[in-house]
Design a protein around this ligand. Structure first.
Ligand SMILES: [Cu+2]
Length: 279
């Protein structure tokens, strides 16, 4: 039933769902809109009714008694019940599932995403599975945008700019942070949207369920044909906010590992990241 409602998202004009929790977000969006349509139509009808019913011609003298019917109270109680259902029945369970039920680290694929004006730095832990330490003093906007310490665990880490690669059907844990102002990490098809707040490292997790290849296949014949997954910045963050976007590639575990190996090879050869290739 819930899955079926999720499929309605296409018909409501929402992006294709490509994460396992996505359809639940769509259900909340759907219900909120049903309530809003109901209120909009109800208030519209009432406005027209009131204009005719209470105009000067039919009511030359003011009524000091007010209305006797309880109808408006019933409507108000109905709206409150509906809103309580939206909040307690749908939003809170979803919120707690997404935000408080952090998965075990060993079961997830971890990455760091560091936003900055106007790019997305993606930091992968490399073959050892551990992130190297970072420090603001090591930041070099040209060669080391995240300030990664290449000694120790950081030796094999991979950092890309605007290139997010993830394996399909595997839970991802993103540690989101920002180097300057507030940004917002938005993956529309994954139904992921989270502010990046200066001074905080915010965990977000989700499971992509459709590879970029399948996604592009589904877009064939639509206005978006040929445009794959993207990261958008959904928080006005400066004069070039509009061009702060990243590219997302969801691939099979094998393809993902091949890509990581390729990047690692490149790292060995160059001794540094391929940051300038991605601009
Ligand atoms: Cu931004």
């Amino acid at each position: 039933m819930l899955e079926y409602l999720g499929k309605l998202s296409d018909k409501l004009g929402l992006p294709i769902v490509s994460s396992d929790h996505g359809y639940k977000i769509d259900i909340v969006i759907g219900w909120v809109h049903w309530l809003m349509i109901l209120l909009f139509v109800g208030w519209g009808i009432y406005l027209i009714y009131a204009i005719f019913k209470f105009n000067n011609k039919s009511n030359p003298a003011a009524s000091y008694g007010g209305i006797k019917s309880h109808f408006s109270q019933y409507v108000e109680v109905g709206v409150i019940v509906f809103e309580a259902f939206l909040l307690v029945g749908l939003s809170l369970p979803l919120w707690s599932q997404l935000k408080t039920n952090i998965p075990d680290k060993k079961d997830v694929h971890e990455i760091r995403v560091v936003a900055q004006q106007f790019a997305w730095n993606i930091h992968y832990p490399g073959a050892d599975g551990l992130f190297g330490s970072t420090s603001p003093s090591l930041v070099n906007e040209e060669s080391n945008p995240v300030g990664l310490d290449r000694n120790g665990f950081g030796a094999d880490d991979i950092v890309t700019i605007n290139q997010l690669h993830l394996p399909v059907n595997k839970q991802v844990l993103v540690y989101l942070s920002t180097k300057d102002v507030i940004h917002n990490f938005f993956l529309p098809e994954m139904r992921v949207k989270q502010d990046a707040i200066p001074g905080m490292q915010i965990p977000i997790y989700f499971t992509p369920t459709m590879t970029s290849k399948d996604f592009l296949q589904m877009l064939k014949g639509t206005a978006r044909e040929g445009q794959g997954y993207e990261i958008a910045c959904a928080q006005l963050c400066g004069n070039s906010h509009y061009r702060m976007k990243g590219y997302v590639t969801i691939e099979t575990e094998q393809e993902f590992n091949d890509w990581l190996a390729e990047e690692a090879e490149y790292l060995d050869e160059e001794g540094d990241d391929d940051w300038d290739d991605d601009w």
